[in-house]
Design a protein around this ligand. Structure first.
Ligand code: C2E
Ligand code: MG
Ligand code: MG
Length: 707
């Protein structure tokens, strides 16, 4: 173009230039016409200098025909046309580019289209101000926006209608948006919330929080979704149950979850209904007691826990004897009443923590935990409970029309660990119950044959012992106690059961049982009375007047509140010289209630009754006890005496006990002296009194050698 400007160009050059320019213009025109946007050039009065094909189409004309015309010449209304003109004037006056949204009617279809227009003022070739308008058709975008808005509104409506609270969690930032319903459900106002995950965590029920957070993080790590039922706490502290669902809806490029949305639905009512149903499912309607199903589940629980606790539990299966007769003769109403009253009494005879259930019909069951640490303890505790169950039947039942007495058959099974399923345990108790029935009803039986055998022999001992006590079959044997010169100074009364067929039964075979059954109290009384009568008799003969009698006292006996009074009463009744009576206590019985022991011992001491500590050295009593206790003397246990000549340790213990007793001013009796070597050793180390086979065996009073 240089040569055109500087005037050196030829006509041919000019023609060439014009042709090139025309071609450029043609290209430009094509670009403008093909533009998907409206392109318009207007002069300062708003007349078209140029319009592309798109705008011409919209106005139902051609680009050529538009030139020199204005909007009013086409589809625009006069008002619109005037508005466009004024708009052009205003833009020119301001000189600023304007970006606006405008509507325009498509001349061909009659529909309204929306445009985003850029209107840029500039000075045209004639030095006059022109305006370039480029308008982008945003109709489709607008439509989809409207569509989205409608969808959202519809969605919100549907969600609101379901009553669910919606949440939207932006995971990286922790931002949490909750719907109005969510906020309302938990009793909050929008202003109460922080808009972060904290809002959710705060509302979680503390007992469920860990579980929920686990479900959420599990979902994030795996499937991206979760569904969980849990409790939430409202602002006012009220607790609601919700069904909480969440799902990841957006991931980043690395596949990490970015957004999770979900909902909570209030299921409190449903949970309540479920609980009520469950309660019904576990309750016997007639008695209000738990039913078989409940007991079975409880049993399962106890079995798995027993292993940990390491203690015995017991299951009692109870069937009323001849209930059917009552039911058939008196009618169901009376029968039902009987079952209700029995259920109530049964409930009342065990601890609150024990489970009492009705299995249906006239069958009941009781599950008792913590019966004892050893099988023996558990067995005796179970017997005590069976006795209680027996006892609740003694009082007649008031069945409106009649007063009725009933008995029960009880099956018992003990369990220590999960060695059986709940079903098996129930079956064992059931079998034991049938054993009780076939034993003639009104009885209790253990499932375990060994336990049953042990119990049977124990029960036999108990009942025979009862007879023996009534018949005076428990009487003392006396064993002499001699001084250093071999002179008889007193005796120890040792209980013997003079059995009509089995001969003499030794204490080891009946003292233990009697302690458990309480019969030791009667044995103790019988022994004390016999000893006192003997003392009274001796006191009338100068040859025997100075002899003493030592009586053994069991822990149970000593623990009786009126023990001292009873001793004093027996002394008074028999006229025994109290200073000749000695009571032998065992160290272990002092451990239970040392203050009570000291009080009783002091009382006895004040009354002039001597107390000896029996089996000394085998217990745990600390030396400090010895000073606090009003003791008259010690009895060195047979086991140490036995060891004197072959165990340096035993010999040392015996020496120490003798030295200790001498320091404390206590008398000492060595028990179980069998050999002269033992006797020698004891004498050498200061022992003054001896008891043992070397001198005499326990026997009837007539066998004693006084000289
Ligand atoms: P204990 O009070 O230590 O009585 C001494 C026991 O040693 C007696 O056994 C006696 O027969 C035995 N014995 C005495 N000298 C010798 C000996 O040289 N060698 C051997 N090997 N044994 C000897 P027993 O009569 O069988 O009595 C055993 C335990 O039963 C008594 O021990 C006492 O704890 C208890 N017991 C006896 N009678 C009664 C009673 O009336 N009431 C209470 N609560 N317990 C009693
Ligand atoms: Mg003794
Ligand atoms: Mg002893």
């Amino acid at each position: 173009m240089q040569n055109v400007r500087d005037g050196s160009a030829t006509m041919a050059d000019l023609a060439d230039e014009v042709r090139i320019l025309r071609q450029d213009l043609e290209v430009l025109r094509t670009i403008i016409d093909e533009s998907p946007d409206v392109i318009v050039l207007k002069d300062h009065e708003g007349n078209f200098l140029l319009g592309n094909r798109l705008v011409a189409d919209l106005y139902g004309t051609t680009p050529e025909q538009m030139v020199g015309k204005h909007d009013g010449d086409f589809s625009a209304t006069p008002e619109q046309a005037e508005f466009f003109r004024q708009n052009v004037l205003a833009i020119m006056a301001s000189g600023e580019t304007e970006i606006v949204l405008e509507d325009s009617t498509d001349e061909r279809t009659g529909e309204t289209r929306h445009f985003k227009s850029i209107k840029k003022p500039f000075i045209g070739p004639q030095g006059k101000p022109n305006i370039l308008v480029i308008a982008h058709d945003v109709t489709d975008i607008r439509r989809s926006q409207v569509q989205i808005e409608i969808s959202e509104r519809r969605l919100r409506y549907v969600l609101d209608a379901t009553g669910d609270g919606i949440w939207d969690w932006h995971i990286p930032s922790g931002r949490l948006v909750n719907s109005d319903r969510w906020i309302e459900m938990l009793g909050y106002a929008a202003g109460d919330l922080t808009g972060s995950l904290e809002d959710f965590i705060t509302c979680l029920h503390p007992d469920d929080a860990d579980e929920v957070m686990e479900a959420v993080s599990g979902a994030l790590a795996t499937t991206g979704g979760y569904r969980h039922e849990h409790r939430m706490r409202c602002k006012d502290g009220q607790v609601i149950w919700v069904l909480d669902r969440g799902s990841v809806v957006e991931f980043d490029e690395a596949g990490n979850p970015v957004r999770m949305v979900g909902s909570i639905a209030d299921i409190t009512e449903r949970k309540k209904a479920e609980d009520e149903l469950a309660a019904i499912a576990y309750i016997d309607q007639l008695t209000g007691l738990p039913n078989r199903r409940f007991l079975q589940e409880r049993l399962q629980h106890v079995l798995s826990r027993g292993l940990r606790l390491g203690s015995f539990s017991g299951l009692f299966y109870i069937d009323l004897d001849h209930f059917k007769v009552l039911n058939d003769t008196q009618g169901h109403v009376v029968g039902d009443r009987m079952l209700q009253q029995f259920g109530g009494r049964l409930r009342g005879c065990v601890r609150d923590m024990d489970t009492v259930a009705r299995f249906g019909g006239d069958e009941f069951a009781v599950l008792v935990e913590g019966l004892g640490e050893t099988a023996d303890q558990a067995m005796m505790a179970a017997v005590a409970i069976a006795n209680k169950i027996n006892a609740i039947c003694e009082e007649p039942f008031d069945l409106s029309s009649i007063r009725h007495r009933i008995t029960a058959s009880v099956g018992i099974t003990l369990m220590e660990s999960e060695d059986a399923s709940a079903e098996e345990v129930l079956m064992r108790a059931d079998i034991a119950m049938y054993a009780a029935k076939s034993a003639g009803r009104h009885a209790a039986r253990f499932f375990d044959p060994e336990i049953q055998a042990a119990l049977s022999s124990r029960l036999a001992v108990e009942s025979e012992l009862r007879d023996a006590l009534l018949a005076g079959g428990i009487r003392p044997a006396y064993q002499g106690i001699v001084d250093a010169c071999g002179q008889l100074v007193g005796v120890e009364a040792l209980a013997r059961w003079w059995h009509p067929t089995r001969g003499v039964i030794m204490p080891a075979d009946f003292i233990g049982v009697s302690e458990q059954t309480g019969q030791i109290l009667d044995i103790g009384r019988a022994m004390l009375r016999a000893a006192c009568e003997q003392l009274a008799q001796w006191s009338r003969n100068p040859q025997t007047a100075t002899l003493t009698i030592a009586v053994n006292v069991s822990a149970r006996q000593f623990g009786e509140p009126d023990f001292v009074d009873e001793v004093l009463a027996v002394i008074a009744e028999t006229g025994a010289p109290r200073e000749r009576l000695k009571l032998e206590l065992n160290e272990s019985m002092l451990l239970h209630d040392i203050d009570d022991a000291i009080a009783k011992m002091t009382h006895l001491d004040d009354e002039g009754i001597a107390i000896l500590l029996d089996d000394f050295g085998t217990g745990y009593s600390s030396l400090s006890y010895l000073q606090r206790l009003p003791l008259a003397g010690l009895k060195i246990d047979r086991s140490f005496v036995d060891g004197i000549n072959h165990s340096a340790g035993d010999a040392a213990i015996v020496r120490t006990i003798l030295a200790l007793a001498s320091n404390l001013g206590l008398s000492v009796v060595a028990e179980g002296v069998e050999t002269t070597a033992q006797h020698e050793f004891l004498r050498e180390h200061g022992c003054q009194m001896f008891q043992g086979y070397l001198f005499s065996r326990p026997g009837p009073i007539e066998g004693l050698q006084y000289a």
